[in-house]
Design a protein around this ligand. Structure first.
Ligand code: SAM
Ligand code: SF4
Length: 435
């Protein structure tokens, strides 16, 4: 979601005559669009700001801003720790960037230099609606993010999202379709529909459109060949959605379904609203409906009260399900969340050791799964030149597996059939069988 919001800020700046640069020294405006899912992020952001302060001291005209989740939660702390900031824009205010820049330039005749005066504009509103039709400078050329719902009502006990992104606000289906149609006209081939919990889509709208209904409509947009979506919540994933995933030809055979833990005791403490049995049952239904589907997940280890036995339940679930990928995290207590008040904290060494064991198991499972794909043929949408070898390109299968194969720039944006010749954990190697 932050990446999409950054694309809007870049689009707004582009419309105001600015252009993007990778060179910090050259920049007239620097904005850190922050994430705040784990406490560690905070240290990173403030240390980056410390570096940028030096740049601002050398170039007092440099405009420095913070946006995103961290500042939504803690704008005062941000201003206290970085009093040289020119502006702070919350998760519902980032689109006000042009107005804020005008305000700052209106202050030009005042001394807005480090140590003397800084602009320090703060706009942090809760549950704001982001206007439609904002300009975007998209990072990618053929695949694009399209938010369908912002915020979350779930309040999982460890999570910051409902506090930093507010309550659920669905976009109107017509607005979403307009955006996807526009992307199709611009030559985009793939869209990823975004939401903290896409399964909640439509609950706050007046007609009873749900996410499955939205998928049916997006599936009709001409020239879009692939539809993906993240994230689904196991407590809300409906049979209707699984059914439509199986029916709709453009919806890719991949589901990201965060399980977080394999222990019912921990799931209940996390306030996830499902049991391990429910999760396993969903996986069975999904695989029955779409045998080819890949499945990825998120897992937290070291949640307060997680005993070795609970952790083993997680390992066992990981083994039984056989995920095609897992984002794995050590639990990070976040101020203001319910879990941060729980006792029975797990020492960092134990969490770290559990994380290592989990990653080891997941990698072994993944390697075995990927090896079983050698010799099979997949349609790959080429996304770009491989980062490691300029004579190779990389792209994804419908199941979201990364495939690298010999080729050049001319293949970017094209759909190529490839045979898998070698398997790794992170990516597979292929050879072209038809263009
Ligand atoms: N909405 C998604 C869901 O319900 O699964 C997840 C969104 S969250 C931004 C992404 C992932 O970060 C979560 O699935 C969780 O695994 C991880 N996460 C969130 N809060 C965390 C915390 N306090 N400590 C460690 N990991 C956390
Ligand atoms: Fe956070 Fe996801 Fe739970 Fe919402 S559903 S509170 S975003 S983990």
């Amino acid at each position: 979601m932050n990446e999409y919001d950054s694309e809007i800020m870049a689009g707004l700046l582009n419309n105001s005559g600015y252009h993007l640069t990778d060179n910090l020294e050259e920049a007239k405006i620097i904005i850190l669009n922050t994430c705040y899912v784990r406490e560690k992020v905070k240290h990173k952001i403030y240390s980056k700001l410390g570096e940028l302060r030096k740049l601002k001291e050398e170039k007092p005209d440099l405009i420095l801003g913070l946006s995103g989740c961290l500042v939504q939660r803690e704008p005062e702390e941000a201003l206290q720790r970085a009093p040289y900031l020119d502006f702070i824009l919350g998760t519902s205010n980032f689109y006000q960037l042009p107005e804020v820049l005008k305000e700052i330039s209106g202050n030009d005749n005042q001394e807005n230099q480090v140590g003397k005066r800084y602009t320090g504009i703060v706009r942090v509103e809760e549950n704001g609606i982001i206007p439609e039709n904002l300009p975007k400078l998209r990072k990618r050329r053929f695949t694009a993010y399209v938010p369908v719902i912002r915020g979350c009502n779930n309040f999982c006990s460890y999570c910051n999202v409902p506090y930093v992104r507010g309550r659920e606000r669905s976009r109107l289906p017509d607005d979403i379709l307009k955006e996807v149609e526009e992307l199709s006209r611009q030559g985009y081939k793939e869209v990823t529909l975004l939401g903290q919990n896409v399964n909640s889509y439509g609950k706050d709208l007046s007609d009873d459109q749900d996410f499955a209904d939205l998928l049916i409509q997006v599936n009709r947009v001409k020239s879009i060949r692939r539809i993906r979506f993240i994230t689904s919540h196991p407590k809300d994933l409906s049979d209707k959605l699984i059914d439509q995933m199986a029916r709709l030809d453009k919806v890719c055979e991949h589901l990201h379904l965060p399980v977080q833990s394999g222990s019912n005791k921990i799931l209940s403490r996390m306030k996830r609203g499902y049991t391990r049995e429910h999760y396993q049952n969903l996986v069975d239904k999904l695989r029955q409906a779409i045998p080819e589907t890949t499945l990825t997940t998120d897992i937290i280890v070291g949640f307060p009260g997680e005993e070795e036995e609970d952790f083993r339940d997680t390992l066992e679930l990981v083994e039984t399900v056989g995920f095609d990928g897992a984002f794995t995290f050590c639990y990070s207590p976040l101020r203001g969340t319910e879990a941060a008040r729980l006792e029975e904290r797990i020492p960092a060494e134990i969490s770290g050791e559990r994380l290592r064991r989990l990653i080891e198991l997941q990698q072994a499972i993944l390697l075995k799964k990927n090896k079983s794909l050698v010799g099979r043929k997949f349609e790959v949408m080429v996304e770009g030149i491989s980062k490691k070898n300029p004579d190779e390109v990389e792209g994804r299968t419908r199941g979201n597996k990364i495939i690298i194969f010999p080729g050049g720039k001319n293949l970017i944006g094209r759909f190529i059939w490839v045979e898998i010749v070698k398997a790794g954990c992170w990516a597979l190697k292929g050879k072209v069988i038809s263009c």
